[in-house]
Every structure is written in structure tokens, then in C-alpha cells.
Write a protein that binds this ligand. Structure first.
Ligand code: G6P
Length: 615
């Protein structure tokens, strides 16, 4: 949700800023802009639309400075206009700021600044912040080398809300300032240069050494040095981390879209998720970072899972699998509801949060709320060093590499696999036998090959998609662990193709959604091998009787009545704990091919952003 890049060094800042912005575009793509320190001033350019628009516009102008900031926007305050695009300049043009987050008390501050004679050319909360910094800059009497950082510090003391910011000043050609609270910001440490960015993806082509800033920290960067302190003036010793993926992991690699690349990568990403995580005797899972002994786990009576979007669907599968295999009651909450609901939780409850990015603000707030109440918290995240990963009491990294397509795919199946592995781990601490544990571990190890076999049907699913791309409504139906996959299938389809789609428990369909069925509303049935298989066949009959078309996803060895489905996609037979992963692959491919056929920008669907860091 908005991406920021800052650069200070010896190279041409503009090309580095624009390349970085392109890698952060998944965070928002309403408008983009850049401010570069050159010729004794701040040369600024802003364009609505994608970063490519900005790149074309910048090509026609001479950007040559070695210090600058840039921003790609997901609009919150103020419409999508050039004026509302970042960076924002202070009224006198001395300061420029790029901001990710929301300044909640901006109206009060704006009123004060208007009285002081400041003027505003945008409707954003961010322009208020740059002018508040300017107000303190004018009042600051300290030495020139710390004047900028001190004015940022003073301004931030008056700010309520969230921010990740990058600030440059016309009078300080050797300084770039960054600060964060609630929105991510990292420092990239290069050779004679430093970068600021919302995410490591923007710096990885220049350095793998980064510092993850914490809330309420300010960093002052020069080409050769950086110092971090808190807003309250405490010095901070930086911890330098090495990013464990390379630039190739974040590139298209010959694929048409990141979503396609990430779907096809799943055999490898699932392998990476489970690597080194099984016990030597092959009967259970091992997780290094849970920070909880077996004895402590025995005291846990209930789990609460919180997440948003696709990760929330993974939590629903976790509920099913953990209750089924470990017999521990699980509740699943939307993080955005949990944080305000003040739900009474029993004493021996553990709270899990699940977030690919590790930055989703509602999930982070749910984590903090659980911690505030004294509950132990664990996180499943993909992004190493993300805020949620750092703040949880323990956790599990997904290790699927960068996920760049806005619609989550490989991160989701990895969350499903980890859910099944947690179910195994907790099951083995309770009543699951050694033999059942062995069977599950061996099943897990077969996942990459099974997923490969489904991906072999890509061409067939592409052809099926061609027959369904012109519909405007679709239902996704499944029972038990297939219900969350139905929700996920509907979400995938609607978010990237703009087809209205709903996910429902297959048997509930009779209580309302069946009214939608006609020859204009097809249904996708997720019906792999299960005790309810015959019941699902009856549900399909009910749809067929009403002229609804049916795409069925079933298991190879289950006899599927001839001609019952219009399209049949067969999954290899597998342990029931794996079926959610396997059934996900066809619905991902179906959505992808339908959206491409409809001419949609699948990697950047309208109105969405991958990492939602505002409430
Ligand atoms: C956004 C994305 C979804 C994602 C959700 C939660 O809505 O578009 O794909 O599932 O955020 O993101 P997280 O990073 O917390 O998993």
C-alpha cells in the first residue's frame, strides 16, 4: 500500500529510483512520482497511472542528481490526480516527502499550518506532514548537519497515525532522512550508497544487506554512513540482515505475468516450505522458531487464527485440519474484526496470525491486541524481517521467495501446507499414532510431484477457461476443507477478472445461491475424494436440473458419472490433508486464464494492492 524508494550515493538517482519503484508497484499503482536533488533545487515529476507513465515522462527530462526520493501510490486521502501524487513539496519548495500510511490528525495540523500561512496544493494528509516538518525546520536553530533530522523528529512527535517516510531538503544535498511507525521501511546498505525502501525488492539489485527499521525510528543517511535513533532521541545500534533471495527470484523469467510464474513455481515453493522440517524418525514436523516447549504446548486448549484476505482462507483450512488431526478447538477471525471485537478468550488460548507480507495493518493490530491481553502469539509469514515476524513471540517462515502478483497463489498453498504440518505436529503431541504420523509425513513429501501432475493439465484448463471467460457470475462450491478453497477460488476469480463470484458450502447452496443458477451462471464444484462425495454429486444434479453449467474438480479414482459435469478436472489421489493444496491449483489456473482472456491486468488488478498497510 504505497511504495517508497530513496537513494543517496554517487550514481544517477533517477534510474535507481524508477527501477526500485517498478519493483514496488504491487503496493499501489494509482500514480507515481519522484523528486531529485539537482542544480541546487528539488526537481520533481509526478504522473497518474502506472510507473511506466512516470518512466516515459522522466525520459524526456534531464535527471542527473545523486539524491532523491520516489513513490508509487495507492490512493487514500484525495483522488487519483497528479496533484495528489507524491512526493509532496513544502509550501516554500525547500522540502520533499514521500509517505506511506495515514496521518489521522492531519486536519487539526492543517488548520494550524493554514493559520501560519502555509498553503496546500493537494488534498492529501502527506502534504500536511511535509509542511509540519517545514514549520519545525524554520524554527530549528541547531547546527546545519542535524537541522533536517531534528525537524523531522519534532514534526513526528505531533503526528497520530502511521507513516513510512523519505524526506530530502534543498539545503542538504548530502542527506536523506527516513522514519517509520506502522508502515514498513528498510535501509539498503550499498557500496558508497544507501537506499530507503518499503520493501527489500526495491534494493535487491544493488545490495543484499539491509536494516529493518522498527516503529518510531528515524534514520539519517549519507552516501557513506547512516545513524538510527528513536523519535525520542535514543541511539539505536543497527542490526544488519542479509536477504536470502536474489534479483532473479523477483523477475518474470520469461513468464507473461508474475501470477503465472508463481502458480507454476508451486512444486518448488512447497518443497522449500517443508525443507528440514520433519523429525529424524519421519513421524512428525519440526519448527525451529515456535519458542514453545512440548510441555507448554500441552497446556494450550484452544487456538485462534487471525488473518485477512487469502491468508484468512488458509486459516479456515487450518481450523479444519487441526481440529481433525490434533483435536484442538480452533477459531478463525478476520483480523480487522478481532482487533475491535474485544472477544473473550479463554486462559490457555494461543493466537496465530497468518500474513504473507507480515505487514498487513489489521493483522498486525490483531497480533498486538492479543499480546496486550497477555496471550502468546505465533506468526506464519513469508517476508523475513517483516513487522509481524519480528513482533510475534515465535513463528514459522514460509520460504516461498518473493510473491509479487497481487493475487496470492504460492504463498497460499504454502500456508495450507504449514497448516497441515502444524496439525501433524500438534496431533503427534496428543493422540496421533506413530504410524499415522509416518503416513502423513510421507504424504507431505509427495506434494511437489502431485502438484506437478496437476500443472501438466495447464493447457486443458486454459481451454476450459476459454469457454467460461464471457460469463459474469460464477459459484464455487465445496464441503468441509473444500469450502475455504471454494471461497479462495471465488476471490481469485473476482479480484483479477472482475467476474462476480461467490464461494459457498456445497450443501448450503440450496438455501439461497441456487436462485442465481441459470445457463448464465456456471458453478465450480470442488469434489475430491471424501465421505461426502455422493452428497456433492447430488448437489451437482440439482444445478444441472436448473440448466447450470458445471466444472467439477474430482479425484482420479472416484468414479464420476459420465456427462454429469460439463468439464471434469481430475486430481491425483492423495491424503485428505493435502487435498486443499491440490484442489487450489486448478482454481488458480482457471482464474488466471479467464482473466488473461478478458484482457485484465492480472498482476495489478484495479483498486487492489498487495500489502494493505492502512485500516
Ligand atoms: C491483500 C492482498 C491479498 C492478501 C491480503 C492479506 O488484500 O491483495 O492477496 O491475501 O492482502 O495479505 P497478507 O500479506 O497479510 O497475507
Amino acid at each position: 500500500m504505497c511504495g517508497i524508494v530513496g537513494y543517496i550515493g554517487k550514481q544517477n538517482a533517477s534510474s535507481i529510483l524508477l527501477e526500485g519503484l517498478k519493483r514496488l508497484e504491487y503496493r499501489g499503482y494509482d500514480s507515481a512520482g519522484m523528486a531529485v536533488h539537482q542544480g541546487g533545487g528539488l526537481k520533481t515529476i509526478k504522473k497518474i497511472g502506472r510507473v511506466d507513465n512516470l518512466v516515459s515522462a522522466a525520459n524526456g527530462q534531464k535527471f542527473s542528481g545523486h539524491l532523491g526520493i520516489s513513490h508509487t501510490r495507492w490512493a487514500t486521502h484525495g483522488g487519483v490526480t497528479d496533484a495528489n501524487a507524491h512526493p509532496h513539496l513544502s509550501t516554500d519548495g525547500t522540502l520533499a516527502l514521500a509517505h506511506n500510511g495515514v496521518i489521522e490528525n492531519y486536519q487539526n495540523i492543517k488548520r494550524f499550518l493554514l493559520e501560519q500561512g502555509y498553503t496546500f496544493s493537494s488534498q492529501t494528509d502527506s502534504e500536511v506532514l511535509v509542511n509540519l516538518i517545514s514549520y519545525h525546520y524554520d524554527k530549528e536553530t541547531c547546527p546545519a548537519d542535524i537541522r533536517l533530522v531534528e525537524s523531522v523528529r519534532k514534526a513526528l512527535k505531533h503526528v497520530e497515525g502511521t507513516f513510512g517516510i523519505a524526506v530530502v531538503c534543498k539545503d542538504s544535498p548530502g542527506q536523506l532522512i527516513g522514519a517509520r511507525r506502522g508502515s514498513p521501511l528498510i535501509v539498503g546498505i550499498g557500496d558508497g550508497e544507501h537506499l530507503l525502501a518499503s520493501d527489500v525488492a526495491a534494493v535487491i539489485s544493488r545490495t543484499q544487506n539491509v536494516v529493518y527499521l522498527k516503529d518510531n525510528e528515524i534514520v539519517a543517511l549519507s552516501p557513506d554512513n547512516f545513524t538510527i535513533s528513536t523519535i525520542n532521541l535514543q541511539d539505536v545500534s543497527p542490526i544488519i540482515s542479509t536477504v536470502d533471495w536474489s534479483i532473479e527470484d523477483a523477475e518474470l523469467g520469461g513468464h507473461a505475468h508474475y501470477m503465472e510464474k508463481e502458480i507454476l513455481e508451486q512444486p518448488v515453493s512447497l518443497e522449500n516450505t517443508m525443507r528440514g522440517r520433519f523429525s529424524d524418525d519421519g513421524s512428525t514436523a519440526n519448527f525451529g522458531g515456535l519458542n514453545l516447549s512440548s510441555q507448554e504446548w500441552r497446556q494450550i486448549d484452544r487456538l485462534v487464527f487471525c488473518a485477512c484476505g487469502t491468508a484468512w482462507h488458509a486459516c479456515l483450512v487450518a481450523e479444519y485440519l487441526i481440529e481433525r488431526f490434533a483435536r484442538i478447538p480452533v477459531e478463525v477471525e478476520y483480523a480487522s474484526e478481532f482487533r475491535y471485537r474485544n472477544a473473550p478468550l479463554e486462559k490457555n488460548t494461543l493466537v496465530f496470525v497468518v500474513s504473507q507480507s507480515g505487514e498487513t495493518i489489521d493483522t498486525l493490530a490483531a497480533l498486538r491486541e492479543a499480546q496486550r491481553k497477555g496471550f502468546r502469539t505465533l506468526a506464519i509469514t513469508n517476508v523475513v524481517g517483516s513487522t509481524i515476524a519480528r513482533e510475534a513471540d515465535g513463528g514459522i517462515y514460509q520460504h516461498v521467495g518473493p510473491e509479487i502478483g497481487v493475487a496470492s497463489t504460492k504463498a497460499f498453498t504454502s500456508q495450507l501446507l504449514l497448516s497441515a504440518m502444524i496439525a501433524l505436529y500438534l496431533g503427534r503431541l496428543r493422540d496421533m499414532s506413530y504410524t499415522d504420523g509416518l503416513a502423513l509425513v510421507s504424504a507431505f513429501k509427495s506434494v511437489p510431484q502431485l502438484v506437478d501432475r496437476i500443472l501438466d493439465q495447464n493447457d486443458r484448463i486454459h481451454d476450459i477457461a476459454a469457454r467460461y471467460a464471457d460469463y459474469e457470475d460464477m459459484l464455487f462450491l465445496g464441503r468441509q476443507s473444500m469450502f475455504p478453497i471454494a471461497l479462495e477460488g471465488a476471490l481469485k476469480l473476482k479480484e483479477i477478472s472482475y467476474i462476480h463470484a461467490e464461494g459457498y458450502p456445497a450443501a448450503e447452496m440450496k438455501h439461497g445461491p441456487i436462485a442465481l443458477i441459470s445457463d448464465r451462471c456456471p458453478s465450480v464444484f470442488l469434489a475430491p475424494h471424501a465421505e461426502t462425495f455422493q452428497k456433492v454429486l447430488s448437489n451437482i444434479q440439482e444445478i444441472k436440473a436448473r440448466k447450470g453449467k458445471v466444472i467439477a474438480v474430482a479425484s482420479e479414482s472416484d468414479p464420476f458419472p459420465d456427462d454429469l459435469a460439463d468439464e471434469l478436472i481430475l486430481l491425483p489421489d492423495a491424503h485428505e490433508a493435502l487435498q486443499p493444496i491440490l484442489a487450489t491449483i486448478p482454481v488458480q489456473l482457471l482464474s488466471y486464464h479467464i482473466a488473461v482472456r478478458r484482457g485484465c491486468d492480472v498482476d495489478k488488478p484495479r483498486n487492489l494492492a498487495k500489502s494493505v498497510t492502512v485500516e
